[in-house]
Structures are given as structure tokens and as C-alpha cells.
Design a protein around this ligand. Structure first.
Ligand SMILES: Cc1ncc(COP(=O)(O)O)c(C=O)c1O
Length: 447
């Protein structure tokens, strides 16, 4: 198959003309045209290789041959909707159920993370008969109208906050209201949710749900302080609401030690609804909602059929099953523990050398390195982070930033990322930060 139809410049011009400008490109000042990929490597039209540190969707590696083979074979055989009986959907649900606490046993298959979260919202509201939602500051839960409303990361730039949305502080112990020196940050942050519930009740409002990523990613690769989720779930349940864990970025073993990031909170914590997406199909659009029998029962009881044309079709489920097989066969969770641990250790060593690195946090292959102008004030080093990403691109490494100030360098590579890849990227970061600090010293000397 030809990898290129148009010259790069022509592609860019056509894209500018034909594709909505709100759909942005990576490296918009000098976009990269990627024409093929394998594992954790991307190749441009000239065959130049880039190391991919951010594609968490291509979970088991770009263009994994096992996934491609299964997808092709199932497409060749059959693809229908879920109103016909088929083994793939039940086998897939059964395999996913084995990774989850027993309480989460009823599945809805959809096509995107946004669809999953929108359905989760409907389930929560139908079950609780309440309307209001509590979300974390800086959260992003999807691009549908309903989800923009519960995504402070988006609605703050638009029409603002709806009266049924309540925003809790992000439990960020580096930048937030309670920091690493607080004796019980988990409890303290959970109490902010309790206060929001009380305020809502005073206004006569009722909470349907608390929505949170199990590790807030857009918020800046945040790790919840211990006990936070458990306490929040208690408060939300007392208010008659449900806990929705958005695992769209964090599920499927990214944290290594566990299959789901919410499991980091301990075995006695279980959300009422879990949404999943991105890594499920290794790039094929498949997503899912899993919930309890009670919640699903309330949704069924309204008598309205839930039909999703593409969700859970035989091809999607075959691909989903193949992804689970590769995670197991290639021990990708073990790899996330080993390589993620190694990478985090290297970044912590780098932090001792470079004052710009304020914080290194993460688990498995979900790691954030936060740049600050000053370690005391923790002022975000947004321009420096952007410079680092641009310079890494020159070194043929694809990286990006996240967090409220775009000051967090985020690592969410395909799960086959190796120790050699980690060594390479850290060596490049070291070099770039040294250059940057040399320039800053020179500038200081001049002024
Ligand atoms: C945490 C989280 N939830 C939901 C979504 C929406 O998923 P999708 O883009 O598949 O609709 C995203 C996408 O970036 C996400 O990061």
C-alpha cells in the first residue's frame, strides 16, 4: 500500500482548507507527517524514526501484527450489530469481568470515551433520580455537549459552569490547597467534596454522581492521596449518588501493578460505574461502560431500548480480545512496572541535577515531570516545558505537555516502551535542560 498520496506540503495545505481548524495538529509550527508505525516507533514520509512517548491509545504497540491479523480475519467473516447473537461480545465481556471486582458485572459497548461517559451520566441520573454532578477541577471527560458541561478544562473557556455542576479542588499535593506536608491529604481533599455536597443540599440540589479519572491526566498526571477515593465514595453514597471512575486513559494495565488504576486505592474500594476507551482497541474505536446489576436494572426499567449501531460489534470485540491477549502474552503490565520504575528513577536523578524539575510523579507507564521556574514558589515553567517538547522533536522524540499550565511533561507511551527508550529520552532531556539552564545563566549575567 502506498504510504503517501500527496507531498507533505500539499497534505498540509489540503488539511488547512478542508479540515476544521479547531481540530489541531501536534507541533502546529512544523507538523510531522507520519505514514507508518510499529511498536513505539513512528516513521515519517522520509523514513525518519520518532520515538513515541505519548500514544496511550496504541496500547500494545502501533500496528501490532496480532491485532491486525485478528481484525482482518473477523472483517472477512462477519460484522453485524449486537441484535444478532454472537460469541465475541459475550466472550469479551466475560474476559473484562475477570479483571474487575465482582460487583461490576453488566457491560454496555460503545465507540468512544465520550459516548461511554455520556452513558455513565445517563445511568447515574436514571438510577439516583438526581441531576447534579461533582467533578474535579481541570478535568476532561469528553467532547459531547453533556461532557463539556462536566469538564472544567473546557467549560471554563466557554459559557461557564452550569448550576448542576459542582467543581471540587484537584487533589494535587504538589500545587493544590493541601500539599505533601499535610498529615492526611486524602481525608482533607475528600472533605472538600463533602462540603460541596452540603452546599448543594442547602440549595435544594441533589447529587447524582461524582466523576473522576482514577489518575487525573489532563489535570497534570496526578496521583490521588491515599484514602481519597474511598472517603469520597462514602460521602457521595450518603448523598444518594454514585462514584464514576473514568479509566479511559488509565485502564488496561497502564499502572502496571493493577489492571485498573482505581485498584491502587485498595481492594475495599470499588466504583459504581467504570468507563473505558482509548487503549481498548489499540486504535480501533471501541469503548465501554461497566456497572452494577442495580444501576443497569434501573436503566432497563425505564422501558427504553439502548441501541448502539456500532458498539460491541464482532470486529470490535475480536480486536478487544486480541488486545487483552497481547497484554498477557507479552507481559505488558510487568513491562510497565519495570520500565516505568526505571524511567521514574532516571527522572528523579535528573531532578537532583536540574532545578527546573519541580516534581516527578507517576506509576507504571503513567508518569509526569513538572517543570517550575522556582522550586519554592512552584511557579509553572510553561515556556520551558514547550521548549523542551519542541527540542525533543528535533531529537526525534514525540512528547507533549499537560496540566492546568501545560507545565507537566507527560509520559504515556505504548506499553512496549523499553528501558533503552527510557534511557534515550532521559539523556535528551538532560542535554536540553542543561542548554536551557546555560542560556538562563548567560541571560542573568547580562542583566
Ligand atoms: C479522561 C478522558 N475521558 C474521556 C475522553 C473522551 O474520549 P474520546 O476522545 O474517545 O471521546 C478522553 C479523551 O481524551 C479522556 O482523556
Amino acid at each position: 500500500m502506498a504510504v503517501e498520496l500527496f507531498h507533505k506540503n500539499e497534505t498540509l495545505q489540503m488539511r488547512k482548507k478542508l479540515i476544521a481548524q479547531s481540530c489541531r495538529l501536534f507541533f502546529s509550527h512544523d507538523p510531522v507527517k507520519i505514514v507508518r508505525a510499529r511498536g513505539q516507533y513512528l516513521y515519517d514520509e522520509n523514513g525518519t524514526q520518532y520515538l513515541d512517548c505519548i500514544s496511550n491509545v496504541q496500547h500494545v504497540g502501533h500496528s501490532h501484527p496480532s491485532i491486525t491479523q485478528v481484525a482482518g480475519a473477523q472483517m472477512d467473516l462477519l460484522n453485524t450489530n449486537t441484535r444478532f447473537l454472537h460469541d465475541n461480545i459475550v466472550q469479551y465481556a466475560d474476559r473484562l469481568a475477570a479483571t474487575l471486582p465482582k460487583k461490576l458485572s453488566v457491560f454496555y459497548f460503545v465507540n468512544s470515551g465520550s459516548e461511554a461517559n455520556d452513558l455513565a451520566l445517563r445511568l447515574a441520573r436514571q438510577y439516583t433520580r438526581h441531576q447534579d454532578v461533582i467533578v474535579l477541577d481541570h478535568a476532561y471527560h469528553g467532547h459531547l455537549t453533556s461532557l463539556i458541561d462536566i469538564s472544567p478544562y473546557k467549560f471554563r473557556k466557554l459559557e461557564g459552569q452550569k448550576e448542576w455542576v459542582h467543581v471540587a479542588p484537584l487533589p494535587d499535593t504538589y500545587h493544590g490547597i493541601y500539599r505533601e506536608d499535610h498529615p492526611e491529604p486524602g481525608q482533607a481533599y475528600a472533605d472538600t467534596v463533602k462540603s460541596l455536597i452540603e452546599e448543594a443540599h442547602k440549595k435544594g440540589r441533589k447529587i447524582s454522581s461524582f466523576f473522576a479519572e482514577s489518575l487525573p491526566s489532563v489535570g497534570g498526571q496526578i496521583i490521588f492521596p491515599t484514602g481519597y477515593c474511598k472517603r469520597v465514595a462514602e460521602y457521595v453514597h450518603e448523598a444518594g449518588g454514585v462514584y464514576v471512575a473514568d479509566e479511559i486513559q488509565t485502564g488496561f494495565g497502564r499502572v502496571g501493578s493493577h489492571f485498573w488504576a482505581f485498584q491502587l486505592e485498595g481492594e475495599d474500594f470499588c466504583p459504581d460505574i467504570v468507563t473505558m476507551g482509548k487503549p481498548m482497541g489499540n486504535g480501533h474505536p471501541i469503548a465501554c461502560v461497566v456497572t452494577t446489576e442495580e444501576i443497569a436494572g434501573a436503566f432497563t426499567a425505564n422501558g427504553v431500548e439502548y441501541f448502539n449501531t456500532f458498539g460491541g460489534n464482532p470486529v470490535s470485540c475480536a480486536i478487544g480480545l486480541a488486545v487483552l491477549d497481547v497484554i498477557e502474552k507479552e507481559d505488558l503490565r510487568g513491562n510497565a512496572v519495570r520500565v516505568g520504575g526505571h524511567l521514574k528513577q532516571l527522572l528523579l536523578q535528573l531532578q537532583e541535577k536540574h532545578l527546573l524539575i519541580g516534581d516527578v510523579r507517576g506509576v507504571g507507564l503513567f508518569i509526569g515531570m513538572e517543570l517550575v521556574k522556582d522550586r519554592e514558589s512552584r511557579e509553572p515553567a510553561t515556556e520551558e516545558a514547550a521548549h523542551l517538547v519542541r527540542r525533543l522533536k528535533e531529537d526525534r522524540i514525540v512528547m507533549s505537555t499537560d496540566g492546568p499550565w501545560d507545565s507537566v511533561i507527560k509520559f504515556k507511551p505504548p506499553m512496549c516502551f523499553s528501558k533503552e527508550d527510557a534511557n534515550r529520552v532521559v539523556t535528551c532531556i538532560d542535554q536540553i535542560l542543561t542548554e536551557l539552564e546555560d542560556v538562563q545563566k548567560e541571560d542573568c549575567g547580562k542583566s
